[in-house]
Structure formats: C-alpha cells, structure tokens
Design a protein around this ligand. Structure first.
Ligand code: HEM
Length: 357
C-alpha cells in the first residue's frame, strides 16, 4: 500500500490541540467571558514550553548521570547547547506575561470563580522542572501546601510523579558530583606545590591571602565566610544563624571547582564548563524573574485575595520567589573572586592536561 503523503495538521496533531480550548463561561447557562479563551491558551502555551524544557532537562540529566563524563566529548557540548535552549525558552516565557497583562482584573473576575479550586499551583510540569533542577520539598515555602491532596492540591497520581522526581538524583546533585570530580588539583600537575592542612592545597592558601588583602575594611569579615563556604573551617563563636546563612547545597570541594572555573574561564579548556555553570545560574535567575512577573501580575489581578488554589495568594508567591532558588550558591561565588591581574599563574602541565578528563 502506498503511504499517504504527510499532511501538516496530521503531523502536528492539530485536531487534538486546537480542539482543547473549552471556556467554561461559554458552557451551560454561564455568562460568556471573552478573555477566558486567552487565559486557557496562554496556560496551554506555557505547558507546551514546559514540556520542551523537561525534554531538554532529561537529556542533560542523562549525561550527568553517567559514571564518567568526557569534558571534551560532544555530550558535554550538547549539554551546554541545550541548557542555552532552556534559557531562550524561559526568556520567551517571561515575555509572554505581557500578553496576559492585556486582560484587566474585571475581565478576569468575569470567570474567575468558575475555575476554583484549580490553579497554576497544580502544574505538574512546573513542579517537575523545579524538582529536576534540584528544588526539594523541605526547601519549599509552606511545604505543607504541597502535601495536601484535597481541593487545590495535586491528584494522587501527580503527587506520586512529583515525589518520584524529587527522590531521583537531581541536576544540582549531579552537577555537584561533576564539579567534585574535576582533576584541577591532582598532584601530577602541581610539582612545586604541597598540600596545606587548612586550605588542602597551597594554591588556595596563596589565593586566600590575595583575597584577604583585597577586602576593604567593611568587608573584612568576608574571610570568615570564605573559610567556611570553601573549606568548612569556622571560628568557635560563629552563630547558628550565620552558619545557616552560609550553608550550601554544594560541597566545599564542588564550590572550589566552580570558583576555579569562573576564575580561569578565559582558558579555552574551561570554556564549556564555565558556560554550563553560568547557564545554571541564568536558568535560576530567569525562573526567579518569571516568579516575580507572575507575582506582580497576580497582585494586580486579584489584589490580596486568596488564590483559587487555596494558598494565601500573593503572600505565598512572594515566599516562593525569595526561597525557590537552586543555584544561588553558585552565583554567590562572585563574593570570592579576585581581580584577573592578581590571579596566580597556573602550571603549564595543568593547562596542557585539562580537557582530557
Ligand atoms: C490571571 C492570571 C493568573 C492569576 C490570577 C494567577 C494566580 C496564582 C496564584 C494566586 C497562585 C498561588 C496558588 C493559588 O493559591 O492559586 C498561582 C500559582 C501559580 N501559577 Fe498562576 N496565576 C495566573 C496565571 C498563570 C499563568 C498564565 C501561569 C502559566 C503556567 C501560571 C502558573 C502558575 C504556577 C506555576 C504557580 C505556582 C508558582 C509557585 O509555586 O512558585 N499562572 N497563580
């Protein structure tokens, strides 16, 4: 049998997609609300892009789950490329908020009650993106909200899927392991350097001195942060509150490797690793930008009313915005940078060997 020629609408499943917009206000004896169509389509467009983000994330997770990663392989270059694609999608998702902004609060009120108790809070795909990037249940703002499976919560099946993603190794943990495995300080590359009990390697001992010399009087105590964050060393009088503030999801060894990559990024061998670290920071920022834009839009749309999903509304969203970062510890490494001109010179043998992990 000759095959039917491919047809645009069939290939894209358009019959199904374009028959999936059913404004509730147009049904039964409700008063049709013109803007409900926009409300549905914009959510669907978000969910389609979430699907693409998850597709890219799964590829990235798969590469970093491998026992050994060759930093010179096409895998790692594709990781860089696909993280960059996620960035571009998130930029688009941020812009998309302005389309929804063309709906006024009164337009929304015309159909809002018909949605209750459904809410974007229940977006399984959004939760999977967060979980796969590394956000854990206990780090979530008002984590009790996530466990409820009554009105406004998740269905049992969605709850189970999200839980499963949370208990699988996430990208933050895998990146931590990848950074820890970086061979920057293998003895063979540093013939003239010895180990040092405080900073483990004399490179860091030298670096610490340069860093401390560069601190202004007001910043002098940053050396305490430096010692704790990068070497787990602390004076006895450091309070639990200060420790809490400095504690990181990344190990000190991984953070040292990330800092090293940031410092020596101008060497071609560090470029891909640097771009990966930087992309993760950017993804975190763009998600945070989206949370902020969404929050401002919600405040304008419903003021201080509770959300249809039964959270406190803008209050909950504000908490999530300030807490739901995953890669804040990587961006915070800027605290410990020194000027390019003061960077210690790297041994030739290290430069030559890097890139062949
Ligand atoms: C009129 C427009 C919108 C309003 C008034 C609104 C309102 C809210 C509120 C109040 C919450 C908190 C949970 C609750 O109690 O319901 C929430 C959460 C959420 N909404 Fe929206 N939303 C709107 C549009 C959107 C759109 C277009 C998306 C796109 C997918 C979206 C996705 C989300 C997500 C993912 C959350 C969870 C956020 C988090 O936990 O950080 N919302 N929304």
């Amino acid at each position: 049998m000759p095959q039917e020629p491919m047809y645009y609408g069939t290939y894209l499943g358009l019959d199904k997609i374009l028959d999936s917009q059913h404004p509730v206000s147009f049904q039964n004896n409700n008063q049709p609300a013109h803007d409900e169509m926009l409300f549905i389509i914009i959510h669907q467009a978000y969910e389609l892009w979430f699907k693409q983000i998850l597709f890219e994330l799964d590829y990235v997770l798969n590469v970093f789950s491998k026992e050994k990663i060759n930093d010179n392989s096409e895998d790692i270059n594709l990781v860089r490329h696909r993280l960059h694609r996620i960035i571009k999608i998130l930029e688009l998702l941020n812009q998309q908020v302005s389309v929804l902004d063309t709906m006024t609060p009164l337009d929304f009120l015309a159909f809002r009650n018909l949605l209750t108790p459904s809410s974007g809070f229940q977006s399984k795909q959004f939760r999977l993106i967060e979980a796969k990037l590394g956000l854990q249940l206990e780090q979530r703002h008002q984590s009790a909200y996530y466990k409820k499976n009554n009105e406004g919560g998740f269905t049992q099946t969605d709850y189970h899927t999200i839980n499963e993603a949370e208990s699988t190794k996430n990208l933050q943990q895998l990146i931590n392991n990848w950074l820890e495995r970086m061979p920057f300080f293998d003895a063979e590359f540093w013939s003239n350097h010895s180990t040092n009990h405080f900073t483990e390697h004399t490179f860091w001992f030298t670096y610490r001195n340069i860093y401390q010399d560069g601190l202004t009087e007001r910043e002098a105590t940053k050396i305490i942060d430096f010692d704790y964050v990068l070497f787990e060393q602390k004076p006895d009088d450091l309070s639990e509150e200060q420790l809490q503030y400095l504690r990181s999801n990344f190990s000190p060894k991984a953070l040292r490797a990330a800092l090293f990559i940031m410092l020596y990024r101008d060497f071609p061998v560090f470029q891909t690793s640097y771009q990966i670290v930087d992309a993760l920071i950017e993804i975190d920022h763009l998600l945070s930008n989206w949370r902020h834009k969404h929050l401002i839009m919600v405040r304008r749309m419903i003021g201080m009313r509770v959300g249809t999903g039964n959270t406190s509304g803008a209050g909950y969203l504000e908490g999530a915005l300030s807490k739901h970062y995953v890669y804040r510890d990587l961006s915070a490494l800027s605290t410990y940078l020194i000027e390019r001109s003061k960077l210690p010179k790297l041994p030739e043998s290290l430069i030559k060997h890097l890139g062949f992990v």
